[in-house]
Ligand binder design. Structure first.
Ligand code: ADP
Ligand code: F6P
Length: 320
Protein backbone atom coordinates (compact mmCIF):
# COMPACT_ATOMS: atom_id res chain seq x y z
CA UNK A 1 0.00 0.00 0.00
CA UNK A 2 1.05 3.59 -0.63
CA UNK A 3 3.07 4.95 2.31
CA UNK A 4 3.84 8.54 1.37
CA UNK A 5 1.78 10.99 -0.66
CA UNK A 6 2.06 14.65 -1.64
CA UNK A 7 -0.58 17.37 -1.89
CA UNK A 8 -0.46 20.61 -3.85
CA UNK A 9 -2.78 23.46 -4.81
CA UNK A 10 -2.51 24.93 -8.29
CA UNK A 11 -4.06 27.59 -10.53
CA UNK A 12 -6.32 30.28 -9.05
CA UNK A 13 -6.85 29.73 -5.34
CA UNK A 14 -10.33 29.00 -4.00
CA UNK A 15 -11.88 29.11 -0.53
CA UNK A 16 -12.05 25.56 0.79
CA UNK A 17 -8.66 24.48 -0.55
CA UNK A 18 -7.39 24.46 3.05
CA UNK A 19 -10.27 22.24 4.14
CA UNK A 20 -9.30 19.81 1.37
CA UNK A 21 -5.62 19.83 2.41
CA UNK A 22 -6.65 19.18 6.01
CA UNK A 23 -8.87 16.27 5.00
CA UNK A 24 -6.10 14.72 2.90
CA UNK A 25 -3.63 14.92 5.80
CA UNK A 26 -6.03 13.68 8.48
CA UNK A 27 -7.50 10.81 6.46
CA UNK A 28 -4.06 9.74 5.21
CA UNK A 29 -2.51 9.91 8.68
CA UNK A 30 -5.28 7.78 10.12
CA UNK A 31 -4.33 5.14 7.52
CA UNK A 32 -0.63 5.46 8.49
CA UNK A 33 0.24 7.33 5.31
CA UNK A 34 2.66 10.25 5.53
CA UNK A 35 1.78 13.46 3.72
CA UNK A 36 4.13 16.01 2.19
CA UNK A 37 2.97 19.51 1.30
CA UNK A 38 4.23 20.82 -2.03
CA UNK A 39 4.31 24.61 -2.00
CA UNK A 40 3.33 26.94 -4.87
CA UNK A 41 1.79 24.32 -7.13
CA UNK A 42 3.80 22.70 -9.90
CA UNK A 43 6.51 25.34 -9.45
CA UNK A 44 7.27 24.04 -5.94
CA UNK A 45 7.16 20.49 -7.25
CA UNK A 46 9.81 21.18 -9.86
CA UNK A 47 11.94 23.30 -7.52
CA UNK A 48 11.64 20.86 -4.61
CA UNK A 49 9.82 23.18 -2.23
CA UNK A 50 8.36 20.23 -0.37
CA UNK A 51 7.91 19.74 3.40
CA UNK A 52 6.22 17.14 5.61
CA UNK A 53 2.68 18.04 6.66
CA UNK A 54 1.49 16.67 9.99
CA UNK A 55 -1.88 16.62 11.74
CA UNK A 56 -0.98 19.70 13.76
CA UNK A 57 0.23 21.60 10.67
CA UNK A 58 -3.34 21.52 9.41
CA UNK A 59 -4.98 22.59 12.68
CA UNK A 60 -6.95 25.83 12.54
CA UNK A 61 -7.00 26.06 8.76
CA UNK A 62 -10.51 24.73 8.08
CA UNK A 63 -12.05 28.18 8.21
CA UNK A 64 -9.27 30.01 6.39
CA UNK A 65 -9.53 31.26 2.82
CA UNK A 66 -6.68 30.96 0.33
CA UNK A 67 -4.32 28.01 0.55
CA UNK A 68 -1.63 27.46 3.18
CA UNK A 69 0.43 25.73 0.48
CA UNK A 70 0.35 28.71 -1.86
CA UNK A 71 -0.57 28.42 -5.50
CA UNK A 72 1.08 29.32 -8.77
CA UNK A 73 0.85 29.02 -12.50
CA UNK A 74 3.75 27.37 -14.28
CA UNK A 75 3.05 27.23 -18.04
CA UNK A 76 6.35 25.35 -18.55
CA UNK A 77 4.84 22.35 -16.78
CA UNK A 78 3.34 21.34 -20.15
CA UNK A 79 6.87 20.38 -21.14
CA UNK A 80 7.75 16.73 -20.49
CA UNK A 81 11.26 17.63 -19.35
CA UNK A 82 9.86 19.92 -16.66
CA UNK A 83 7.43 17.21 -15.57
CA UNK A 84 10.35 14.79 -15.27
CA UNK A 85 12.14 17.26 -12.98
CA UNK A 86 9.04 17.24 -10.77
CA UNK A 87 8.91 13.45 -10.74
CA UNK A 88 12.59 13.39 -9.76
CA UNK A 89 11.82 15.59 -6.73
CA UNK A 90 9.06 13.19 -5.67
CA UNK A 91 11.17 10.05 -6.12
CA UNK A 92 14.04 11.60 -4.14
CA UNK A 93 11.69 11.86 -1.16
CA UNK A 94 9.91 8.56 -1.64
CA UNK A 95 6.61 10.27 -2.46
CA UNK A 96 4.64 7.76 -4.49
CA UNK A 97 1.39 9.57 -5.27
CA UNK A 98 -0.15 13.02 -5.37
CA UNK A 99 -3.39 14.89 -4.67
CA UNK A 100 -3.69 17.91 -6.97
CA UNK A 101 -6.26 20.54 -5.99
CA UNK A 102 -7.03 22.96 -8.82
CA UNK A 103 -8.93 23.57 -12.02
CA UNK A 104 -8.85 21.90 -15.42
CA UNK A 105 -5.34 23.18 -16.21
CA UNK A 106 -4.07 21.57 -13.02
CA UNK A 107 -5.91 18.38 -13.98
CA UNK A 108 -3.89 18.26 -17.21
CA UNK A 109 -0.69 18.37 -15.19
CA UNK A 110 -2.02 15.61 -12.92
CA UNK A 111 -2.91 13.52 -15.96
CA UNK A 112 0.59 13.91 -17.38
CA UNK A 113 2.15 12.81 -14.07
CA UNK A 114 -0.21 9.84 -13.82
CA UNK A 115 0.72 8.76 -17.34
CA UNK A 116 4.36 8.98 -16.29
CA UNK A 117 3.73 6.57 -13.41
CA UNK A 118 2.87 8.81 -10.43
CA UNK A 119 -0.69 8.13 -9.31
CA UNK A 120 -2.47 11.49 -9.10
CA UNK A 121 -5.98 12.34 -7.99
CA UNK A 122 -7.46 15.70 -8.97
CA UNK A 123 -9.81 17.65 -6.69
CA UNK A 124 -11.83 20.47 -8.29
CA UNK A 125 -10.64 23.64 -6.53
CA UNK A 126 -11.85 26.74 -8.38
CA UNK A 127 -14.48 29.42 -7.85
CA UNK A 128 -15.50 29.16 -11.51
CA UNK A 129 -17.51 25.91 -11.29
CA UNK A 130 -16.18 25.18 -14.75
CA UNK A 131 -15.37 21.48 -14.36
CA UNK A 132 -18.07 19.44 -16.05
CA UNK A 133 -17.39 16.18 -14.21
CA UNK A 134 -18.72 17.66 -10.97
CA UNK A 135 -21.91 19.51 -10.07
CA UNK A 136 -19.93 21.83 -7.81
CA UNK A 137 -16.29 22.81 -7.40
CA UNK A 138 -14.66 23.69 -4.07
CA UNK A 139 -14.93 27.48 -3.65
CA UNK A 140 -17.92 28.14 -5.88
CA UNK A 141 -20.40 28.38 -3.02
CA UNK A 142 -18.22 30.83 -1.07
CA UNK A 143 -17.61 33.01 -4.13
CA UNK A 144 -21.34 32.99 -4.86
CA UNK A 145 -22.03 34.22 -1.31
CA UNK A 146 -19.53 37.03 -1.84
CA UNK A 147 -21.18 38.05 -5.11
CA UNK A 148 -24.68 37.92 -3.64
CA UNK A 149 -23.67 40.04 -0.66
CA UNK A 150 -22.12 42.65 -2.94
CA UNK A 151 -25.04 42.75 -5.38
CA UNK A 152 -27.57 43.07 -2.54
CA UNK A 153 -25.68 46.14 -1.37
CA UNK A 154 -25.46 47.57 -4.86
CA UNK A 155 -29.22 47.19 -5.24
CA UNK A 156 -29.81 49.37 -2.18
CA UNK A 157 -27.87 52.30 -3.55
CA UNK A 158 -29.07 51.75 -7.13
CA UNK A 159 -32.70 52.02 -6.01
CA UNK A 160 -32.02 55.27 -4.16
CA UNK A 161 -30.52 56.88 -7.27
CA UNK A 162 -32.49 55.31 -10.12
CA UNK A 163 -29.34 53.63 -11.31
CA UNK A 164 -28.36 50.56 -13.24
CA UNK A 165 -25.53 48.61 -11.62
CA UNK A 166 -23.46 46.71 -14.13
CA UNK A 167 -21.59 44.08 -12.13
CA UNK A 168 -18.73 42.04 -13.58
CA UNK A 169 -18.16 38.67 -11.94
CA UNK A 170 -15.45 36.07 -12.49
CA UNK A 171 -16.00 32.68 -14.10
CA UNK A 172 -13.35 32.25 -16.76
CA UNK A 173 -15.87 31.72 -19.61
CA UNK A 174 -18.20 29.73 -17.38
CA UNK A 175 -21.40 31.62 -16.61
CA UNK A 176 -22.33 29.79 -13.41
CA UNK A 177 -21.34 32.51 -10.93
CA UNK A 178 -23.28 35.08 -12.97
CA UNK A 179 -26.36 32.93 -13.47
CA UNK A 180 -26.60 31.61 -9.89
CA UNK A 181 -26.05 35.15 -8.56
CA UNK A 182 -28.64 36.47 -11.02
CA UNK A 183 -31.25 34.09 -9.62
CA UNK A 184 -30.21 34.60 -6.01
CA UNK A 185 -30.24 38.40 -6.28
CA UNK A 186 -33.20 38.87 -8.60
CA UNK A 187 -31.06 40.60 -11.22
CA UNK A 188 -32.81 42.09 -14.23
CA UNK A 189 -30.29 40.80 -16.79
CA UNK A 190 -27.56 38.17 -16.80
CA UNK A 191 -24.95 38.07 -19.54
CA UNK A 192 -22.66 35.06 -19.93
CA UNK A 193 -20.70 33.35 -22.68
CA UNK A 194 -23.69 31.03 -22.91
CA UNK A 195 -26.32 33.81 -23.34
CA UNK A 196 -24.13 35.89 -25.67
CA UNK A 197 -24.10 39.68 -25.57
CA UNK A 198 -26.15 41.85 -27.91
CA UNK A 199 -25.47 45.32 -26.58
CA UNK A 200 -28.37 47.10 -28.28
CA UNK A 201 -30.81 44.43 -27.19
CA UNK A 202 -29.66 44.72 -23.55
CA UNK A 203 -30.05 48.51 -23.73
CA UNK A 204 -33.58 48.11 -25.16
CA UNK A 205 -34.50 45.75 -22.34
CA UNK A 206 -33.17 48.20 -19.79
CA UNK A 207 -35.38 50.94 -21.28
CA UNK A 208 -38.32 48.62 -20.85
CA UNK A 209 -37.48 48.02 -17.17
CA UNK A 210 -37.44 51.79 -16.72
CA UNK A 211 -40.39 52.95 -18.82
CA UNK A 212 -42.77 49.97 -18.85
CA UNK A 213 -41.97 48.15 -15.60
CA UNK A 214 -41.23 51.38 -13.73
CA UNK A 215 -38.26 49.85 -11.91
CA UNK A 216 -36.28 52.12 -9.60
CA UNK A 217 -33.10 50.20 -10.31
CA UNK A 218 -31.68 47.56 -12.61
CA UNK A 219 -28.96 45.03 -11.96
CA UNK A 220 -27.01 43.60 -14.88
CA UNK A 221 -24.62 40.80 -13.96
CA UNK A 222 -21.99 40.17 -16.62
CA UNK A 223 -19.38 37.40 -16.71
CA UNK A 224 -15.81 38.63 -17.08
CA UNK A 225 -14.08 38.70 -20.49
CA UNK A 226 -17.28 39.56 -22.40
CA UNK A 227 -17.31 43.35 -22.57
CA UNK A 228 -15.79 46.46 -21.02
CA UNK A 229 -18.30 47.10 -18.23
CA UNK A 230 -17.18 50.70 -17.68
CA UNK A 231 -17.83 51.57 -21.32
CA UNK A 232 -21.12 49.69 -21.22
CA UNK A 233 -22.28 51.54 -18.07
CA UNK A 234 -21.63 54.84 -19.90
CA UNK A 235 -23.83 53.65 -22.77
CA UNK A 236 -26.54 52.81 -20.25
CA UNK A 237 -26.45 56.42 -19.02
CA UNK A 238 -26.57 57.77 -22.57
CA UNK A 239 -29.26 55.49 -23.95
CA UNK A 240 -31.65 54.65 -21.08
CA UNK A 241 -33.39 56.44 -18.22
CA UNK A 242 -31.02 54.85 -15.72
CA UNK A 243 -27.61 56.22 -14.91
CA UNK A 244 -25.13 53.39 -15.29
CA UNK A 245 -22.42 52.49 -12.78
CA UNK A 246 -19.97 49.66 -13.25
CA UNK A 247 -18.51 47.49 -10.48
CA UNK A 248 -15.83 44.90 -11.15
CA UNK A 249 -15.90 42.53 -8.18
CA UNK A 250 -12.52 41.07 -9.10
CA UNK A 251 -10.34 39.09 -6.73
CA UNK A 252 -12.49 39.78 -3.69
CA UNK A 253 -14.49 36.81 -5.05
CA UNK A 254 -11.53 34.51 -4.50
CA UNK A 255 -11.06 35.29 -0.80
CA UNK A 256 -12.82 34.84 2.49
CA UNK A 257 -13.64 32.08 4.91
CA UNK A 258 -15.20 29.13 3.09
CA UNK A 259 -18.91 28.50 3.64
CA UNK A 260 -19.91 25.35 5.58
CA UNK A 261 -21.01 23.89 2.24
CA UNK A 262 -17.51 24.33 0.78
CA UNK A 263 -15.83 23.02 3.94
CA UNK A 264 -17.91 19.86 3.91
CA UNK A 265 -17.54 19.38 0.16
CA UNK A 266 -13.76 19.79 0.39
CA UNK A 267 -13.56 17.37 3.33
CA UNK A 268 -15.61 14.74 1.51
CA UNK A 269 -13.51 15.12 -1.63
CA UNK A 270 -10.22 15.01 0.28
CA UNK A 271 -11.30 11.77 1.91
CA UNK A 272 -12.20 10.26 -1.45
CA UNK A 273 -8.83 11.22 -2.96
CA UNK A 274 -6.93 9.39 -0.22
CA UNK A 275 -9.22 6.34 -0.44
CA UNK A 276 -8.52 6.11 -4.18
CA UNK A 277 -4.77 6.34 -3.66
CA UNK A 278 -4.96 3.64 -0.98
CA UNK A 279 -6.61 1.42 -3.59
CA UNK A 280 -3.70 2.12 -5.93
CA UNK A 281 -5.87 4.18 -8.29
CA UNK A 282 -4.53 7.26 -10.09
CA UNK A 283 -5.41 9.41 -13.10
CA UNK A 284 -8.86 10.13 -11.70
CA UNK A 285 -10.60 13.26 -10.49
CA UNK A 286 -13.17 13.54 -7.76
CA UNK A 287 -16.56 15.17 -8.15
CA UNK A 288 -19.99 15.41 -6.63
CA UNK A 289 -23.01 14.27 -8.62
CA UNK A 290 -26.49 14.28 -7.09
CA UNK A 291 -24.81 14.66 -3.68
CA UNK A 292 -22.74 11.51 -4.15
CA UNK A 293 -18.95 11.76 -4.18
CA UNK A 294 -17.74 10.13 -7.37
CA UNK A 295 -14.55 9.83 -9.39
CA UNK A 296 -13.95 9.67 -13.13
CA UNK A 297 -10.81 9.34 -15.27
CA UNK A 298 -9.26 12.80 -15.75
CA UNK A 299 -9.12 12.26 -19.51
CA UNK A 300 -12.86 11.66 -19.58
CA UNK A 301 -13.58 14.61 -17.30
CA UNK A 302 -11.66 17.00 -19.56
CA UNK A 303 -13.74 15.85 -22.53
CA UNK A 304 -17.20 16.41 -21.05
CA UNK A 305 -18.80 19.42 -22.76
CA UNK A 306 -19.93 22.28 -20.54
CA UNK A 307 -23.62 22.24 -19.66
CA UNK A 308 -25.66 25.04 -21.25
CA UNK A 309 -27.57 25.41 -17.95
CA UNK A 310 -30.73 25.63 -20.04
CA UNK A 311 -33.13 24.92 -17.17
CA UNK A 312 -31.54 27.46 -14.84
CA UNK A 313 -31.46 30.04 -17.60
CA UNK A 314 -35.15 29.40 -18.30
CA UNK A 315 -35.89 29.78 -14.60
CA UNK A 316 -34.03 33.09 -14.56
CA UNK A 317 -36.01 34.31 -17.58
CA UNK A 318 -39.31 33.33 -15.98
CA UNK A 319 -38.48 35.11 -12.74
CA UNK A 320 -37.64 38.50 -14.30
P1 ADP B 1 -6.56 25.94 -13.28
O1 ADP B 1 -5.95 24.72 -12.74
O2 ADP B 1 -7.28 26.74 -12.23
O3 ADP B 1 -7.39 25.69 -14.52
P2 ADP B 1 -4.45 26.96 -15.00
O4 ADP B 1 -5.18 26.69 -16.27
O5 ADP B 1 -3.70 28.23 -14.89
O6 ADP B 1 -5.39 26.94 -13.72
O7 ADP B 1 -3.45 25.72 -14.77
C1 ADP B 1 -2.69 25.65 -13.59
C2 ADP B 1 -1.36 25.03 -13.91
O8 ADP B 1 -1.54 23.70 -14.37
C3 ADP B 1 -0.58 25.69 -15.03
O9 ADP B 1 0.10 26.86 -14.62
C4 ADP B 1 0.40 24.59 -15.39
O10 ADP B 1 1.42 24.52 -14.44
C5 ADP B 1 -0.47 23.35 -15.26
N1 ADP B 1 -1.00 22.95 -16.58
C6 ADP B 1 -1.96 23.59 -17.29
N2 ADP B 1 -2.15 22.97 -18.49
C7 ADP B 1 -1.29 21.92 -18.52
C8 ADP B 1 -1.00 20.90 -19.48
N3 ADP B 1 -1.61 20.84 -20.66
N4 ADP B 1 -0.05 19.99 -19.17
C9 ADP B 1 0.60 20.04 -17.98
N5 ADP B 1 0.36 20.98 -17.05
C10 ADP B 1 -0.56 21.92 -17.29
O1 F6P C 1 -9.92 30.48 -12.29
C1 F6P C 1 -10.16 31.36 -11.25
C2 F6P C 1 -10.05 32.79 -11.73
O2 F6P C 1 -10.33 33.64 -10.61
C3 F6P C 1 -10.95 33.17 -12.90
O3 F6P C 1 -12.27 33.39 -12.50
C4 F6P C 1 -10.25 34.39 -13.42
O4 F6P C 1 -10.48 34.55 -14.80
C5 F6P C 1 -8.79 34.09 -13.17
O5 F6P C 1 -8.75 33.07 -12.18
C6 F6P C 1 -8.01 35.28 -12.68
O6 F6P C 1 -6.69 34.89 -12.59
P1 F6P C 1 -5.53 35.74 -11.88
O7 F6P C 1 -5.55 35.37 -10.44
O8 F6P C 1 -4.31 35.26 -12.56
O9 F6P C 1 -5.83 37.17 -12.08
Amino acid sequence: MVKRIGVLTSGGDAPGMNAAIRAVVRVANSANIEVYGIYDGYRGLVEGYIEPLTRSDVSDILDRGGTILGSARLPEFKDEKVQKAGIHQLKKRGIEALVVIGGDGSYRGALALSQAGINCIGLPGTIDNDISSTDFTIGFDTALHTVVEAVDKLRDTSSSHHRCSVVEVMGNRCGDLALWAGIACGAEIVVTAQTGFEETEVLERLKEFDVVKKKRHAIVIISEKITDVDAFAKKVSLNTGFSGRATVLGHVQRGGSPTPQDRVLASRMGEKAVDLLIQGIGGQCVGIKDNQIISVPIEEALDIPRSSRKKLQQLFDRLV
